[in-house]
Ligand binder design. Structure first.
Ligand code: SME
Length: 184
């Protein structure tokens, strides 16, 4: 049975489009907050949840935002905000898996133009456009991909790519990363 339904739960809103100039203002503000809050932190999960929250607060076209983390040669869902995300994605599958394999950012203007189940994995049918950015640690190893979906077609531009690649680099490739053990 699919979890995907076109109904948005009470805590989810459709994306609102903003201009590229307004995006830059919003990202500048978000970057300041992310640096102030997590600049001296090392815990990976703490950083991921805070980045999701701050970016989603400032950027009104973010419908789903979150991380898929590399585990045993595949991706598993990590911290996110939005409707239920798929749990497992193989390298090479969907937009996230293609980015994990190529280690290069992808912007998809219209996810319905892709081959469903192969080039794109639909976790929520309201998603229309998407950007996925690779996340590396200080050793240059891929630790995750960062995924943003919009419920509007063509939401993401090179402005998003520029800011998101820079945020991922400063948060995960500079300084030390630690992973809090979940089972003590
Ligand atoms: N659409 C993604 C799957 C993850 S969801 O968007 C949350 C993909 O094609 O990889």
């Amino acid at each position: 049975m699919s979890h995907a339904t076109a109904d948005m739960p009470y805590f989810i809103k459709p994306s609102q489009t903003i201009t590229d100039d307004d995006k830059r203002v919003a990202y500048d503000q978000a970057v300041q907050e992310i640096k102030a809050l997590t600049g001296s932190e090392s815990d990976v999960i703490m950083k991921m949840v805070s980045i999701n929250c701050i970016l989603k607060t400032h950027l009104p076209y973010y419908y789903w935002v979150g991380f898929y983390c590399v585990r045993d040669g595949a991706l598993i869902v990590g911290p996110y905000q939005g409707t239920l995300g798929c749990l497992h994605i193989d390298f090479g599958k969907g937009v996230c898996g293609q980015v994990a394999a190529s280690q290069k950012t992808m912007i998809v203007k219209d996810v319905h133009a892709l081959v469903q189940g192969d080039q794109h994995i639909a976790c929520d049918p309201n998603s229309q456009s998407e950007i996925v950015v690779p996340v590396f640690n200080a050793d240059g190893q891929l630790i995750a991909v960062f995924d943003v979906d919009s419920s509007v077609v063509d939401s993401f531009s090179e402005t998003d790519q520029h800011y998101l690649e820079s945020i991922m680099h400063s948060c995960f490739a500079e300084g030390t990363l630690t992973q809090t053990p979940l089972a003590l």
